[in-house]
Design a binder for this molecule. Structure first.
Ligand SMILES: [Ca+2]
Length: 304
């Protein structure tokens, strides 16, 4: 039997031990490097997110500056957003501010919507709410439920409309709450009323969500220069809506007709700041009071 010399086993043993320590050190070093990299990347993400946030704030401020301006009319852009028109010697000229631009390490993009281009949750008649829901492909019975429930939500009494809902109904849902019996303070509140499913409120791939056509702000008058076709049909009837849209095909209204309005004082703003693919979006409701703009609602940083 050949015996392995002891110096060879010792060398073999110390080789294995060294290898073990080398692997151990490499693992520790690798782990450390990973942590350092992860922390650096988290720091960079934090820095980018902070920058993106302030770019979105910059967009919001630009939008507020537009709203604070001395305009005479609020008209609709091709994409449905609101533009401001000022009076001059020849008539009116539409101000077209750059709403998408590069700034610092990223980009800013904001849009302004006219809240008077929507149906007002606090003042709309049952027929208007019903018709809007029907135009959003909600079936007849559910349209009736939503219209009645919106009115029950805002009225002081506790007597439900024909298909509506008051405390009795809301106290029996999964996480019970009560009917508000007061004005809607935000458009999002409409998501709480009976019949207003997630699909109806937020929309689906095939149907736009009701939230885009409803507002809790303003006096309930409809701006015939900015309102969407569905809003015009629901508020003023199909015939009047067609007349208004045909006129809008070649310009805008300088004077109110059909009980509508041609200007506005309440707007919603969505502003996005993007830095290296990281986006922060802010939204706000801003009311114009003279040459001042007052923020009625502000929703910060949704990272996407
Ligand atoms: Ca009520």
């Amino acid at each position: 039997m050949n015996r392995i010399p002891s110096w060879r086993t010792e060398r073999g043993f110390s080789f294995v031990v060294s290898l073990f320590f080398i692997v151990l050190l490499m693992t520790i070093a690798g782990g450390l490097a990973y942590r350092v990299r992860a922390e650096a990347s988290a720091m960079n993400n934090f820095k980018d997110e902070t920058q993106a946030y302030y770019l979105a704030v910059a967009g919001l401020n630009r939008a507020i500056a537009e709203i604070s301006g001395d305009f005479a009319l609020v008209v609709g852009a091709e994409d449905g957003s609101a533009l401001f028109a000022v009076k001059n010697d020849e008539g009116y000229s539409i101000l077209r501010a750059e709403r998408e631009f590069a700034l610092g390490d990223g980009t800013v993009s904001y849009s302004i919507e006219d809240e008077r281009g929507k149906i007002n949750l606090n003042t709309a008649k049952r027929e208007t709410l019903f018709e809007l829901m029907r135009l959003l492909s909600v079936d007849g019975a559910d349209s009736g439920t939503i219209a009645d429930a919106i009115i029950d939500w805002r009225d002081e009494d506790h007597d439900p409309g024909l298909e509506g809902a008051e405390d009795d109904y809301y106290s029996s849902v999964n996480s019970p709450y009560g009917a508000k019996d007061d004005s809607f303070d935000s458009t999002g509140e409409a998501a709480l009323v009976k019949g207003m499913t997630k699909e109806v409120f937020h929309g689906t791939d095939d149907t736009p969500g009701a939230r885009a056509f409803l507002t809790a702000y303003g006096d309930g008058k409809v701006n015939i220069n900015t309102a969407d076709e569905k809003v015009l049909v629901a508020a003023l009837g199909a015939g009047t809506a067609a007349e208004i849209l045909s006129r809008r095909g070649t310009g805008f209204f300088e004077r109110p007709v059909h009980g509508g309005e041609v200007t506005s004082g309440v707007f919603s703003i969505t502003s996005r700041g993007t830095v290296r693919g990281l986006e922060v979006a802010l939204s706000a409701i801003v009311e114009k009071r003279g040459d001042r703009a007052v923020v009625r609602y502000f929703n910060t940083g949704r990272r996407s």
